[in-house]
Design a protein around this ligand. Structure first.
Ligand code: MOS
Length: 718
């Protein structure tokens, strides 16, 4: 068995990993949500009489009960009676069975004053406004004078690019099992942030954080949606559990994942690139229009990628938002970067064609050897190597001329694009404990979304102490553990590494001290710097002296040893961290049927030190699959008449399945980063950006057609 395999894999495969919704609870009640039938209006009254008559009905909680919560953006939707989107929960019913809860929820009578709803971006363009921030960065930036540079450019490529609403759809829907012991709640919920969830509960219920426990041992994916937008519905379940004095379980349906937990916002992007005769960018204008809800502001930093991905002295970027009565957007895998690179990398391909340059060569010519937006050097940058390695493995140089390749009914095309994602980091703490028998336990209150956090955290500690992975236990997903980071922004591994390694090094230092001061040890009297911990041994680097770690522990620390350490990112850094990749795609198109198959994907990624190559490749493949879904399948559609989601199930919302998947050839390019802790960058988001444009560029190569919107549909190819 490979040491790189997930340490929790056997539990999951055997069905013994307990996911939050499966948490056993005595006397459990089941919850169902009462949903708004209109997309805009005011709830005037709610009549539960018929619901109460349903056998098994226990309770109903709504605005009256939620008014007791502290006002905040997390509680507004359940405290205020305004209806912002169709499907918005107006109350929560609990009953003795899931069926009774559903039936009772449907029996609740609602008196609603409906208002006209804005159900599409184009209905309120005149009310578009400029937010201050896009994600974490300014929404509008100017460097140099892009308009003048583009006006005088040798070549201008100008286009409008559109990307659809996508929904995250982790395999495991959101759930909470809420249990109160007096005024102390425990909530088992599949969140990407147990500590963030605890803080939200503490604020809403005005409870001390220490009295609240949030547990998320295992998650079946998240991709950005297991965060704040879920909290109001969880709060309703908590209120119901407190009133009933019994545990309550709320689990969302697949349909509710289209409305209640966020979405990737749609974008309309106007992009203009100006080039000199030498193929160098002289100006970029990137203007983004996107949807947000009527109750919350969210904007992906979609144009931000144009600020730093390529060298260019004149760059102007803007974001504007339109409020509609549709669900609230939230980050979704490679937020901003995925739609932003679709536009930028598509336009670059068009420029390469018009300049008569190879698309890789054009990108190499425009390589940014420093972060021009932040005006800082990169912490490291392996992008040029990604182009070289990716192109070589794909056979880019030997590809057929555009439109020339055929395979039976298929017309073949090749395309490429750059992938990137910024490095983020959060404070983290970790505890490492070794028992008197040599069993190693690592604890951190971050959570594993399914990305491999259990495994890499165990590997970090095991490597420091020379302990075999078979002797390692990792405990995650519990606010009773040392505080760990939010699982998002590709930041978990980088954030926890310095804390976990520091805790493990402290344990190692204690053990080394015991060894050199113990007359019974063959290492007695050696300098501690001469000791190394490997293969279950404490041994001298310079001589032959060694003893099994377990022998030392049994003699000198039979009760075991432990240490806890924290690591905080610096307030400011004089370098910019960025992970990079180059994605190469071959597609086949049947022009008679409009069928498009991604036949091959080769991707080379440079993202610092790779702790676990198998899991890293799995993350990249997962990201690429999501990117293929965004490029070819996924599109959430709102019915303009009612504001409801059309086809809110997997029968209608297409997602990529096994039969859609090509072979993935993933190259992990060696990258030494001297600035980041352990030389580690994030990798989770990197695969999700770039492949969309590579596919669109391959479509153009195959049939000569530029598709400037996602997803690319059959009718675009006929
Ligand atoms: Mo993410 S889109 O920060 O889970």
């Amino acid at each position: 068995m490979s040491a790189d395999l997930r340490i929790e894999a056997a539990l999951k495969v055997a069905g013994r990993a307990v996911f939050p919704a499966e948490t056993p609870a005595t006397g459990l009640l089941y919850a169902a949500l009462v949903e708004a039938p209109v997309a805009s209006g005011e709830l005037r009254a709610l009549d539960p009489t018929a619901a109460r008559a349903v056998p098994g009905f226990v309770d109903i909680v709504g605005h009256a009960e939620a008014e007791g919560l502290k006002a905040s953006s997390n509680t507004a939707l359940i405290r205020e009676r305004t209806i912002h989107f169709a499907g918005q929960p107006l109350a929560l019913v609990v009953a003795e069975s899931p069926g009774a809860a559903e039936q009772a929820a449907r029996a609740v009578r609602l008196e609603i004053e409906a208002r006209p709803a804005v159900t599409a971006l184009d209905q309120a363009l005149d009310q578009a406004y400029a937010p201050k921030l896009a994600g974490r960065v300014p929404a509008e930036t100017r460097r140099g004078d892009a308009a003048t540079a583009i006006a005088g450019a040798h070549l201008v490529v100008r286009g409008r690019y559109e990307t659809a609403v996508n929904n995250h759809h982790p395999m495991e829907p959101h759930a909470a099992v809420c249990v109160w012991e007096g005024e102390r709640p425990t909530v088992h919920t599949n969140t990407q942030a147990v500590f963030g969830t605890r803080a939200a509960i503490a604020h809403a219920f005005q409870l001390p954080a220490d009295d609240i426990r949030v547990v998320a041992r295992y998650l079946g994916g998240g991709f950005g949606c297991k965060g704040p937008l879920w909290w109001p519905w969880m709060f309703l379940a908590m209120i119901a559990a407190r009133r009933a004095g019994r545990p309550v379980r709320l689990e969302l349906s697949r349909a509710q994942l289209f409305t209640l937990v966020g979405r990737r916002q749609e974008t309309v992007q106007e992009l203009a690139l100006g080039f000199g005769a030498d193929g160098r960018l002289v100006g970029i204008e990137h203007d983004v229009l996107a949807q947000t809800s009527t109750h919350g502001e969210y904007v992906d930093a979609t144009a931000a990628v144009s600020r730093w991905l390529y060298a260019c002295p004149n760059v102007s970027t803007t974001h504007r938002l339109v409020r509609t009565n549709e669900p609230q957007p939230i980050p979704m895998r490679a937020p901003g970067v995925a739609p932003g690179t679709f536009a930028l990398e598509s336009a670059l391909d068009e420029a390469a064609e018009r300049l008569g340059l190879d698309p890789v060569e054009l990108r190499v010519r425009n390589f940014a050897d420093r972060d021009q937006q932040a005006d800082k050097p990169w912490s490291s940058n392996g992008l040029l190597e990604c182009y070289r390695v990716g192109a070589e493995r794909f056979g880019w140089a030997g590809r057929p001329a555009p439109g020339a390749a055929r395979d039976g009914r298929w017309r073949l095309g090749s395309g490429m694009a750059t992938a990137c994602y910024p490095v983020h980091r959060q404070p983290a703490s970790a505890r490492v404990r070794i028992s008197g028998e040599g069993a190693l336990t690592v604890q951190c209150g971050t959570q594993d979304m399914g990305s491999g956090t259990y495994t890499v955290l165990g590997q970090m500690a095991a490597a420091q102490l020379g302990v075999a992975m078979a002797d390692v236990t990792v405990e995650l997903g519990d606010t009773w553990l040392p505080e760990g980071p939010y699982s998002g922004g590709s930041m978990v591994t980088l954030s926890i590494l310095p804390a976990a390694e520091a805790a493990a090094r402290q344990v190692r230092a204690q053990l080394a001290e015991l060894a050199v001061t113990d007359e019974a040890s063959p290492l007695a009297g050696l300098p501690v710097e001469d000791l190394e911990f490997a293969d279950g041994l404490v041994r001298s680097r310079s001589g032959n002296a060694a003893e099994p770690l377990v022998d030392l522990l049994r003699r000198r620390a039979p009760a075991g040893l432990e240490a806890e350490a924290s690591a905080t990112p610096p307030e400011a850094s004089d370098v910019s961290g960025m992970g990079y990749g180059a994605v190469f795609v071959e597609v086949g198109i049947d022009p008679d049927l409009g069928e498009l198959r991604v036949r091959r994907v080769t991707a080379a990624y440079a993202a610092g030190r790779i702790l676990n190559p198998l899991l890293a490749k799995s993350q990249h493949v997962g990201g690429l699959i999501g990117g293929i879904g965004m490029a070819l399948h996924e599109r959430t559609v709102t019915d303009r008449a009612t504001g409801r989601i059309l086809g809110d199930g997997f029968a209608d919302y297409l997602i990529p399945v096994h039969a859609d998947m090509p072979e993935f050839d993933i190259a992990l390019v060696d990258e030494h980063d001297p600035h980041l802790p352990g030389g580690v960058k994030g990798i989770g988001m990197l695969g999700s950006a770039g492949v969309q444009a590579a596919i669109a560029n391959a479509v153009h190569d195959a049939i000569g057609r530029r598709v400037r919107h996602l997803p690319i549909r059959i009718e675009d190819l006929l």
